[in-house]
Design a protein around this ligand. Structure first.
Ligand SMILES: Nc1ncnc2c1ncn2[C@@H]1O[C@H](COP(=O)(O)OP(=O)(O)OP(=O)(O)O)[C@@H](O)[C@H]1O
Ligand SMILES: [Mg+2]
Length: 369
């Protein structure tokens, strides 16, 4: 079993704060994905868990034991890097046997472990090949195999399939997930690809510039982003944002006046209440809405906003239609059959249950407060 806990972890490189006060609990058998743009501190975090890097502040606990200053080789954790160096002069079998031989396993035990891992990874047929004879995907499988034979307490995978082409990545994604289900070891997986993160993680940890942004299930981070960064980073395309000002009329009804566009968005009671409860009347807000939560119509509809078709992206099973209203470009996901001419007048209706409101100044969601 392996539960990994990071407590107030800080890592600096000179003046740069690579990881800023990170708190994270990774449960036993969990598949956790660290996600964020380049340079946000993912690899540094992983290297600290593995013991290859020491934190400047904070503690790392493995099954409740403080391992902050314990050497990497003593942590029973396997680290698979993106560009995993296999020994070129050894066969696949030799590569996989190497870590076990150095640990003094008997020949029979080594053989048993390799057969087990090779079976799981479907690389039985290439055990006698040399790395240069292998395709990228197989090479990555061998690298995983080499980690697997050690039966580590936890796997740390740093963009393990990042270099593979898109089609192959998809296959490996499914295989890795299946492998995790089969062996059930705690896994921390690093990627900057949000689709990969969402499809694989039990839990997604989103970071930006060393700061933790949100921890949640894929569904939580998608549907309830805690700030603008997460809302924009997750989803393809990301959330649409509309700047607006909540105004209250004499009757007490709260509406949103769009900034720089002469249009008003009517709100259901629950959203009005959230705005009032947060004291946001006459405070700038940002309304966030996902492309699939917008209805596009080509006739007048009550409570819809007027816009104009700007660009159409045909993506096979759906279309993304960009519509313009004043300074805003709003991306709408439609059925593939919707294909209006550019410049056509249209109106858009927002699914009110799917709106997230953010404070413009703090960039934080006000939905939970
Ligand atoms: N050994 C080092 N010395 C100095 N700066 C470093 C070192 N390692 C990382 N950094 C810096 O720390 C920050 C975080 O780096 P890290 O490699 O953890 O990012 P990352 O999220 O893994 O990015 P990527 O997606 O590009 O791999 C970056 O600004 C990076 O330049
Ligand atoms: Mg990295």
């Amino acid at each position: 079993m392996a539960e990994i806990v990071l407590e107030n972890i800080v890592k600096r490189f000179g003046n740069l704060v690579a990881v800023n006060n990170l708190n994270l609990r990774i449960e036993d058998k969990e598949f956790v994905v660290l996600l964020g743009p380049s340079g946000c501190g993912k690899t540094t975090t992983l290297r600290m868990i593995s013991g290859l890097e020491l934190p400047d502040e904070g503690k790392i606990l493995l099954d409740g034991q403080d391992v902050t200053f314990k050497r990497a080789s003593r942590r029973d954790i396997a680290f698979v890097f993106q560009l995993y160096a296999l020994y070129p002069h050894m066969t696949v079998y030799g590569n996989m046997a190497f870590p076990l031989k150095t640990q003094g396993f008997s020949k029979e035990k080594v053989d048993e472990e390799i057969k087990m891992a090779a079976g799981l990874l479907k690389i039985d047929h290439i055990l006698n090949k040399k790395p240069r004879e292998l395709a990228g995907g197989d090479m990555q499988r061998v690298a995983l195999g080499r980690a697997l034979v050690r039966r580590p307490k936890a796997f740390l995978l740093d963009e393990p399939i990042g270099t593979l082409d898109a089609k192959f990545r998809e296959e490996m994604r499914t295989e890795l997930k299946k492998l995790h289900v089969d062996i059930g070891a705690t896994t921390v997986y690093v990627t900057h690809d949000q689709v990969e993160a969402m499809s694989m993680g039990d839990k997604v940890v989103i970071m930006n510039k060393g700061d933790l942004q949100q921890i949640g299930t894929p569904s939580e981070v998608y549907h309830n982003p805690e700030n603008l960064f997460v809302a924009n980073f997750i989803g393809s395309p990301g959330m649409n944002f509309i700047e607006c000002m909540p105004v209250k009329d004499e009757g007490g009804n709260v509406t949103l006046k769009m900034t720089d566009v002469n249009q008003v968005i009517e709100l259901p009671d629950n959203l009005q209440k959230i705005i009032i409860k947060n004291n946001k009347i006459d405070h700038e807000l940002i309304l966030g809405i996902r492309p699939e939560d917008i209805n596009l119509e080509f006739k007048e509809c009550k409570n819809y906003i007027n816009a104009e078709v700007y660009i159409i992206e045909t993506l096979g099973s759906y279309n993304i239609i960009d519509v313009k209203l004043g300074k805003y470009t709003i991306r709408v996901r439609t059925l593939p059959t919707v294909s209006p001419d550019i410049g056509t007048g249209c109106c858009i209706g927002l699914e009110m249950n799917s709106i997230t409101l953010f404070d413009k100044k703090t960039e934080k969601s006000i939905m939970k407060n």
